[in-house]
Design a protein around this ligand. Structure first.
Ligand code: ZN
Length: 193
C-alpha cells in the first residue's frame, strides 16, 4: 500500500458522517488507548458501520471507532503474515486499479457508491465508511472510502484462524469499551487493515 497520500492529500473539515454517535461531534480520543486525537501528532482512522432500516430508510450505526496509528500498528502486528498477504492481494486485485483515481480528492462524494463493487449507496442496506484524519481535519485522497458490507465479509474470509484468535486477544486487552461493542468487534470484526 502506498504512503496513504498523506503528503498529497487535502485537508478538509470532518464530515458529519464521521461524527461520533454518542456526542454528535467529532471523535476526540482513540477508542482503544484513549489518546487525545486532537493534540496528538498522529494520524488516525475512523470506521463507522451503518445498517439501513428498509421500512423507513433510517440509518443506524452498528459500530464506530477511532483508532490511532499506534493502536493500528499493534492491531497489524497481531495479524499473521498469511492474513496480511491475503488481504494485500485482495486489495490490489479489487481496489487499486478501479476506483482509486476516482476517489482521489473527491472527498465526501466518494460516499455515492461502494469503492469496490461500484454499487450505489442507495441500493445498500449495510455499509461501512472509513476515513483518515489528523487533529480536527480529514485527509482526503485514498480515503474516505465507502464499502458495502459484503466486502467486509469477503475480507473476513481471508483472515486466518490464527489472526482471528489473535485479534480476539487484542480486543480482550481493551477494557474501556462497552461490552456490547466488544462483542460486535469479535463477531463482526472491523474490516480496516
Ligand atoms: Zn490508540
Amino acid at each position: 500500500m502506498e504512503n496513504h497520500d498523506f503528503e498529497a492529500g487535502n485537508f478538509e473539515d470532518i464530515p458529519v458522517e464521521f461524527y461520533c454517535d454518542s456526542n454528535k461531534s467529532s471523535f476526540k480520543e482513540c477508542t482503544f488507548c484513549k489518546k487525545n486525537l486532537i493534540t496528538s501528532s498522529e494520524t488516525y482512522l475512523i470506521e463507522k458501520s451503518f445498517k439501513i432500516n428498509p421500512n423507513n430508510g433510517k440509518k443506524n450505526t452498528v459500530f464506530e471507532y477511532a483508532i490511532c496509528m499506534s493502536c493500528n500498528i499493534k492491531k497489524m502486528n497481531a495479524m499473521s503474515e498469511e492474513s496480511i498477504s491475503n488481504i494485500k492481494s485482495y486489495m490490489e486485485d479489487n481496489f487499486f486499479d478501479k476506483e482509486l483515481e476516482l476517489n482521489a480528492n473527491s472527498g465526501i462524494n466518494s460516499f455515492d457508491k461502494c469503492a469496490v463493487t461500484g454499487k450505489k449507496v442507495k441500493d445498500l442496506l449495510e455499509y461501512n465508511i472509513i476515513g483518515q484524519f489528523f487533529a480536527n481535519k480529514m485527509i482526503s485522497g485514498y480515503f474516505p472510502l465507502l464499502l458495502s458490507s459484503e466486502i467486509g465479509g469477503e475480507i473476513q474470509e481471508l483472515l486466518s484462524q490464527k489472526t482471528k484468535d489473535e485479534f480476539d486477544d487484542f480486543m480482550n486487552t481493551i477494557n474501556d469499551i462497552p461490552p456490547e461493542l466488544k462483542e460486535l468487534f469479535k463477531t463482526k470484526r472491523p474490516i480496516l487493515v
